[in-house]
Design a protein around this ligand. Structure first.
Ligand SMILES: Cc1ncc(COP(=O)(O)O)c(C=O)c1O
Length: 385
């Protein structure tokens, strides 16, 4: 204690970028209706899985004809299932501007060894030249780079008459940013990000064109059971009706349903977008005035309203070497953790040293407003050594 701590503390100091804060008012009671000790293939089990799929479709405005499935291994499972099942039919353009995009580049180049793959990159804080996307190629990209806080501003760069598929990891964007479904053939996300659900399963959204690829192309490499989306050359439609490939967690499922029902109750997608945008604006106002921090994302239109990444621009920080910068960020994080006012707000380990504050819809604006003076307080403490 220094005696000059800010007067107000965030009521819920949960600003981690995943797993993210639970929805306001969440308690364990939210799980009371979970179908425990019963088969996920029983009538009520399948009904719950299907209900989660239907609510997801409605909430996100996913067009009729698109399939939505619950798949194993969270967002990573959904992305890799798509890459392994679909790629190899055409050249690939893989875009990367931070750590998770780099992971998918590794899959494309080093694991799947796709011939004619192009990697189009940018440094942390920037967006690569999206106009490089060739409509004859398959395109792999993130809607929001969680570790740099840089998002694509829109889908205008994606051709309406493309021949290739667009494969979009939208795990830190879905439910917080508007996704132009007509531009997206594969979209993936998990349960624990914007809706604050439990980590476990991934969501895989397929356009009719993605389904057509699955039914007309067989990749040359073996596919483990956990990745198999077709049976006898046809889409396994059951996966998109709640017949999961293997056993899901019925607790995590109930929690996801609870989050979806909460989202509906506050006004649906528009209300979720509004909450994230209002949260972002709290940080944006603070950044304009604080004098020591700035957005890592350089262009205003590319700034994430979920994983908000900040760099420290004060010369006492920028003059340090990299190790010292990371150490200083760790100190800020642990001071705030010790005070119980913010958890997990150091940037991702692969990103430049800085802060990352989750602004998704489950975070309350008043908690971010309370946090801002604490950031100044922690910076003052740490800078003074
Ligand atoms: C953009 C992106 N892709 C993939 C992942 C990995 O997600 P999961 O751990 O849910 O598989 C994350 C996690 O933060 C992410 O932000």
């Amino acid at each position: 204690m220094t005696g000059n701590e800010p007067a107000v503390r965030p009521a819920r100091p949960f600003f981690s970028s995943g797993p993210c804060a639970k929805r306001p008012g969440w308690t364990l009671d939210a799980l009371n209706a979970a179908l425990l000790g019963r088969s996920h293939r029983s009538k009520p089990g399948k009904a719950k899985l299907k209900d989660a799929i239907e609510r997801t479709k409605r909430l996100l405005g996913i067009p009729d004809g698109y399939r939505v499935g619950i798949v194993p291994a969270s967002d990573t499972g959904a992305v890799e299932m798509a890459l392994w099942s679909l790629l190899g039919a055409r050249p690939v353009d893989a875009f990367a501007w931070e750590s998770f995009g780099e992971d998918w580049v590794t899959d494309v180049i080093k694991q799947l060894k796709i011939k004619d793959a192009r990697v189009i990159k940018a440094a942390y804080g920037e967006l690569p030249d999206l106009t490089q996307a060739d409509p004859h190629h398959d395109i792999v990209f993130l809607w929001n780079g969680t570790t740099s806080g840089v998002r694509v501003p829109d889908g205008d760069w994606i051709s309406d008459t493309r021949e290739g598929l667009t494969i979009c990891d939208a795990t830190s964007a879905a439910f917080a940013m508007r996704l132009p479904w007509d531009k997206l053939d594969v979209v993936t996300f998990s349960w624990q990000k914007v809706l604050g659900g439990e980590a476990a399963h991934g969501m895989l959204v397929l356009s009719p064109r993605a389904v057509a690829r699955l039914e007309s192309y067989t990749p040359p490499w073996p596919l483990p059971k956990i990745f198999r989306l077709t049976k006898g050359g046809k889409l396994n439609e059951g996966i998109f009706e709640g017949e999961t490939i293997n056993t899901p967690s019925m607790v995590a499922l109930e929690d996801y349903r609870d989050a979806l029902i909460w989202a509906e109750s506050i006004g649906g997608l528009e209300a979720l977008l509004d909450r994230s945008n209002a949260n972002f604006n709290v940080i944006a106002r603070w950044v304009r005035e604080c004098g020591w921090a700035d957005f890592l994302a350089q262009e205003q239109g590319t700034r994430s309203n979920t994983s908000v990444c900040l760099k420290i621009v004060d010369p006492s920080f920028t003059s340090l070497d990299e190790d010292a910068r990371y150490a200083m960020v760790k100190k800020i994080e642990s001071l705030l953790d010790k005070e119980g006012v913010a958890f997990d707000i150091a940037g991702h380990r692969n990103a430049p040293a800085g802060l990352r504050i989750w602004c998704g819809a489950t975070v309350d604006k008043t908690d971010l407003e309370a946090l801002m003076p604490w950031l100044d307080w922690a910076w003052t403490q740490v800078r003074a050594g």
